[in-house]
Design a protein around this ligand. Structure first.
Ligand SMILES: [Zn+2]
Ligand SMILES: [Zn+2]
Length: 327
């Protein structure tokens, strides 16, 4: 199979022809139709996450069809379309797994980080962590749901009943979650890089009530905010924008350092938290809701062999929407 392989950190991915693997116990092999490019892939390539498996095939927003079943796989068939997300495996026995918080498992495997992912023609996955996707929607349109959508959904859930919601960083995740939040009847305020007119008009086009720079305050205080951009500077900015008792949720796996800020920004029971990974239940809940919401994903598509260009364009902010590789 063809693959884009990260052999060492900070280096470009290399196009390789690798031997096909057979699925092991509880595993499936999936012929990939599309794989989203996520900011987390950049953090892996840039060595910002500890202990990646190397070499590694990045990519954890995988949509494809099963072409081989390993021993012990139940409830899935060859030819069925499935999604493979970031959470690739959990131990099942630690206190987090048994306590309903498998997203925090002590011994997890993550797709495209500690097990091979989807910047390739095929992937092997633990079947128990994959999601049947049905036949509605193209592979490319569904791919961004597998991380941007899913982690965004978990982050949105953490904002509770917040009716005035701020989204900091308006890219792949926010463009999906803005649609979900609006469908739920929330009012969405989009914060982009200062003076980024293109991103602000993209946000307004998706139904955001207001769009402005992250250095601006919204026209009214927010009940909650989600930070999708990897900039620690946004933490005090978002705390300044939420009302008393409001909550700020950091959705990214990596962020630059949070600058010092006065305690009064947190005072009055404002809350600051992060969201890590996903549970399988998050995936079931979100993927069940997605067709009812009628989420439309906007994508920029690259051929598999242009994965390095896709990563460079993401790094430079050259597109507003979600990048997807199609083999
Ligand atoms: Zn565990
Ligand atoms: Zn991701």
């Amino acid at each position: 199979m063809q693959a884009m392989l990260l052999k060492k950190l900070h280096a470009p991915l290399e196009f390789c022809e690798l031997p096909d693997r057979s699925p092991g116990v509880n595993e499936i092999r999936v012929k990939i139709g599309a794989c989203g490019v996520c900011r987390t892939d950049l953090h892996v390539v840039d060595g910002e996450l500890p202990d990646p498996k190397l070499p590694i095939i990045p990519g954890h927003e995988i949509v494809g069809r099963i072409d081989a079943l390993g021993p012990g796989v139940e409830g899935l068939q060859v030819g069925e379309r499935v999604g493979i997300p970031w959470l690739g495996h959990t131990c099942g026995v630690c206190a987090y797994c048994t306590g309903g918080r498998e997203n925090l498992c002590d011994r997890p495997l993550f797709t495209g980080y500690t097990r091979d992912g989807g910047f390739a023609g095929a992937a092997i996955a633990d079947a128990r962590y994959t999601f049947p996707l049905g036949e509605v929607g193209t592979d490319v349109a569904l791919a961004p749901l597998l991380c941007a959508g899913l982690i965004g959904w978990r982050s949105l859930t953490m904002t509770g009943e917040a009716s005035r919601l701020g989204l900091y960083g308006f890219g792949a995740a926010a463009h999906i979650i803005a649609q979900v939040a609006k469908w739920q009847g929330r009012t969405v305020f989009a914060f982009t890089r200062p003076k980024d007119a293109a991103a602000q008009s993209f946000a307004r086009g998706l139904g955001c009530a207001w769009a402005g720079g992250s250095d601006e305050l919204p026209p009214e205080p927010l009940d909650a905010a989600i930070i999708f951009a990897p900039s620690g500077d946004l933490v005090p900015a978002a705390l300044s924008a939420v009302r008393k008792g409001g909550r700020v949720v950091c959705a990214g796996i990596h962020m630059s350092d949070i600058p010092r800020f006065p305690y009064r920004k947190l005072w009055e029971e404002r809350q600051l938290m992060s969201v890590a990974n996903l549970t399988r239940q998050d995936g079931v809940d979100f993927l069940r809701a997605a067709p009812r919401i009628g989420i439309v994903t906007e994508t920029t598509v690259y051929p598999l062999q242009q994965a390095n260009q896709a990563l460079a364009d993401l790094r430079a902010g050259r597109f507003e929407d979600a990048a997807v590789l199609a083999p």
